[in-house]
Design a protein around this ligand. Structure first.
Ligand SMILES: Nc1nc2c(c(=O)[nH]1)N[C@H]1C(S)=C(S)[C@@H](COP(=O)(O)O)O[C@H]1N2
Ligand SMILES: [Mo]
Length: 209
């Protein structure tokens, strides 16, 4: 492919080692696409928080939203630059007092439909390049991409101090967040993917012991 040869230096810097660019938006997940009923849908927060939270779709969609443009990097080696999302940040949930992690909270486990989970350190979920997203490119996220709510994570160009993790660390069809004192490797992490998933360090597969 000649594609990479045409990239300017600034763009090349945004492509992590071992990745190639795509302008498509591949759909990748394990298992079937769920059916969602927004009338009975809930978003829950539990575990190491001062008080558990349950919100309806109506309540969740009334929360203040933030916009985020990130480069996303899939462990299967495709990267997509400049994807724009809208949704609710963990920072907003904290500022509104809806989520108050306890002193013991160190990790956040995203729980999705069909029991899919993925885990991140609290400080990664808390940072600017992670969002609980409801919209993609100005439109509600489509069902195959994780409607009505998914975690998203990626790289903000120029913000080298932020940790960038592979896209599997954002759960599609997200239904809740579990705060935990101990780490709990999720679905792909248990299947052999690297627990930390740093895209610049190419932490793709778990090191074999
Ligand atoms: N619920 C759920 N979320 C998931 C996955 C999954 O299997 N189930 N796969 C992850 C992986 S490996 C990737 S690369 C992204 C893909 O998101 P996309 O289909 O919108 O491109 O979703 C992530 N979130
Ligand atoms: Mo992936």
């Amino acid at each position: 492919m000649k594609l990479f040869g045409k990239l300017d230096d600034d763009t090349k810097k945004r492509v992590p080692p071992g990745q190639f660019l795509t302008s498509r938006f591949p759909v990748l997940h394990y298992g079937p696409t769920p059916e969602i009923d927004l009338d009975t849908w809930t978003f829950r927060v539990w575990g190491e928080v001062e008080k558990p939270l349950v919100m309806s779709w109506e309540e969740f969609s009334a929360l203040p939203r933030a916009k985020l443009t990130i480069d996303v990097h899939c462990v299967t080696k495709w990267s997509k630059l400049n994807t724009t999302w809208e949704g609710v940040s963990l920072k907003t949930l904290r500022e509104l007092g809806l989520v108050i992690p306890t002193e013991k909270a160190r990790y956040v486990i995203q729980h999705a439909e069909y029991g899919f989970t993925t885990n991140l350190p609290l400080e990664v979920m808390d940072s600017e390049n992670f969002l609980l997203a409801t919209h993609y490119e100005g439109e509600p996220i489509t069902l195959e991409h994780g409607a009505p709510l998914r975690g998203i994570c990626g790289a903000i160009p120029g913000r080298d101090e932020l940790k960038d993790v592979y896209f599997w660390k954002g759960a599609k069809w997200l239904r809740g967040l579990e705060f935990s004192a101990v780490d709990q490797p999720g679905f792909w992490e248990q299947a052999g993917y690297h627990n930390e998933a740093d895209v610049w360090l190419e932490q793709r597969a778990r090191a074999r012991s």
